[in-house]
Every structure is written in C-alpha cells, then in structure tokens.
Ligand binder design. Structure first.
Ligand SMILES: NC(=O)c1ccc[n+]([C@@H]2O[C@H](COP(=O)([O-])OP(=O)(O)OC[C@H]3O[C@@H](n4cnc5c(N)ncnc54)[C@H](OP(=O)(O)O)[C@@H]3O)[C@@H](O)[C@H]2O)c1
Length: 251
C-alpha cells in the first residue's frame, strides 16, 4: 500500500530517521528527506532504490521550515506520510544544575521544530482529505528519569501534541500516530554527551538495545495499515528494559 506514496522524514541523516528512509524505500515509497547534514543525505539517497528528494533543513528555523515545504515542486508537494523524527537529548544533569543552552536545543528541536513541521505539512493533508502523521516520541514522554527532566518534558509534549492533532484533524482523513521507543542504539547518546563517544558507549553496555531498524519496522507497519485503521501509539522496548529507569544489565 506504500508503493508510490510520498513520505517526508525529518532527521534522516542518522539513526531511526535513516533506517526509516531505508525501510520506506524497500516498501516502494518515494522519499523527501531532511536534516542539517545535507552531505549525509546525498550519500544516503545514492544508496536508496527509489525516487528521493533531499534538502538541508534545521527544523528549529520556522521560516526555513515553511519555505522548504512551500517551495516543494508540485510533484513532491502531496505529502502522504510525515515522519517527525528529528530530535535530540542534550546533557544529563539535575534540573537545578542543567545548562539552559541544552534546554533550548531540546525544546526548540523536539517541541517547536516538530510543531513548525506539523504546521507546514498538515494543512495540505487536510485539503487533500488524506495523510498520516507519525511522530517519534519516547518512553521518556511517559515517565521522567533522573537528570532527564527537560528531555522527558519535551517528549511528553510530543505525546500531548500528537493527541491534540488527532482531535483537531478528526474527520479530515488525516491519521495521527506516535511510535515511542525505549533505548535504541544510534548517535543519540553521543549527541547527548556532546561528542563523548566513550560515555555514550556505556549507555548500551551489557544489554541488547533496540536497533534503529527495529523502530523503522514499527513505523512502516503503522503507516501501512488499511486507511480505516489508526494506530494511536506503539511503545517499543528492548527485552532488557522494563521502564525508563529499569534495565537488565548482564555485566
Ligand atoms: N535513541 C534512543 O534511545 C531514542 C529513544 C526514544 C526516542 N528517540 C527519538 O528518536 C528520534 C531520532 O533519534 P535517534 O536515536 O535516531 O538519534 P540520532 O542518530 O542522533 O538521529 C537524530 C536525527 O535528528 C536530526 N536532527 C537533530 N536536530 C535537528 C534539527 N534541528 N533539524 C533537523 N534535523 C535534526 C539529526 O540530523 P542532523 O544532525 O544532520 O540535523 C539526525 O538525523 C529523536 O526524536 C529521539 O528523541 C530516540
């Protein structure tokens, strides 16, 4: 059912977004891919066996987001599926000692960036009477973990925005879903620890995290349900994780 559908994925340069691009390409979709590291997007596009249009975009930049979507060639403007994946955690510190620059990056990307993309893309879906928004949330949006209050708050906001969009588009033909993973091994922790790869590696030590392909498989499944089926939320955990704070480490 995804053959020739137009799928727009934010944050496709790495991790879950990149795996989603590969999985949707295998399903026959045509892809609009963005992220800030445009060089990576060009390399990824060359490996995908489908029609792909890539563009560098920082979702924190509201004007750039609306210009990018408004400026799409008519052949690309009919977005069928939006995967709002671009996001990050920055820092891991008690709230009263946290770095406000980290807070700004998380809120500006995970919350405001997702809103800007939603605002740019969803009106076209409503006009066409069909579309599917799949937001990448997190188990962190369901529970707060120590030293992660702002990231968890940003993902709780994604959960509420998803619910709100589902209510506001009811009856329009637009479906709204979230896929909320637990621990996935990507560049996420390297970004969180500001490039400290050794510290990032420790996050995944002695357990089997999800892979970005595991999450992409769920996202494609959500997108590929018949049009009368709206998957509200998928929560996907590694078998070694029971909650945002409980892990089985075998070290
Ligand atoms: N890894 C986990 O354990 C986990 C668990 C639950 C949820 N998530 C969520 O999954 C999503 C993807 O994360 P990931 O684990 O795949 O991490 P990742 O490997 O670091 O990928 C993050 C992606 O987001 C993009 N991005 C970040 N800031 C952006 C911006 N301002 N504008 C445009 N693109 C931006 C990055 O591209 P550029 O840097 O090139 O812009 C990159 O493509 C995030 O929303 C994250 O919160 C991750």
């Amino acid at each position: 059912m995804l053959v020739d559908t137009t799928v727009f994925i934010t944050g496709a340069t790495s991790g879950i977004g990149r795996s989603c691009a590969e999985a949707f390409a295998r399903a026959g979709a045509r892809l609009l891919l963005c992220g800030r590291r445009a060089d990576r997007l060009a390399k990824l596009a060359a490996t995908l066996d489908t029609e792909v249009h890539v563009f560098g975009l920082d979702v924190q930049d509201r004007d750039a987001v609306s210009a990018a979507v408004e400026g799409l060639d008519p052949d690309w403007a009919g977005i069928d599926v939006l995967v709002s994946n671009a996001g990050l955690a920055a820092g891991l510190a008690p709230l009263h000692e946290g770095d406000p620059e980290d807070w700004d990056r998380m809120i500006d990307t995970n919350v405001k960036g997702l809103l800007y993309v939603t605002r740019a893309v969803v009106p076209g879906m409503v006009t066409r009477g069909r579309g599917h928004v799949i937001n990448i949330g997190s188990i962190a949006g369901h529970e707060t973990y120590p030293n992660g209050a702002v990231y968890c708050a940003s993902k709780a906001a994604v959960d509420r925005i998803t619910q709100g969009l589902r209510l506001d588009t009811l009856g329009s033909g637009v479906r709204v879903s979230t896929v909320d993973p637990g621990m996935v091994e990507t560049e996420f922790s390297v970004v969180r620890f500001h490039g400290d790869a050794e510290r990032a590696e420790q996050v995944y030590q002695d357990l089997d995290p999800l892979t970005p392909d595991d999450v992409a498989e769920a996202v494609v499944w959500v997108a590929d349900r018949p049009s009368h089926v709206q998957v509200a939320q998928v929560v996907l955990l590694p078998s070694d994780q029971a909650s945002a704070t409980r892990f089985a480490r075998r070290g």
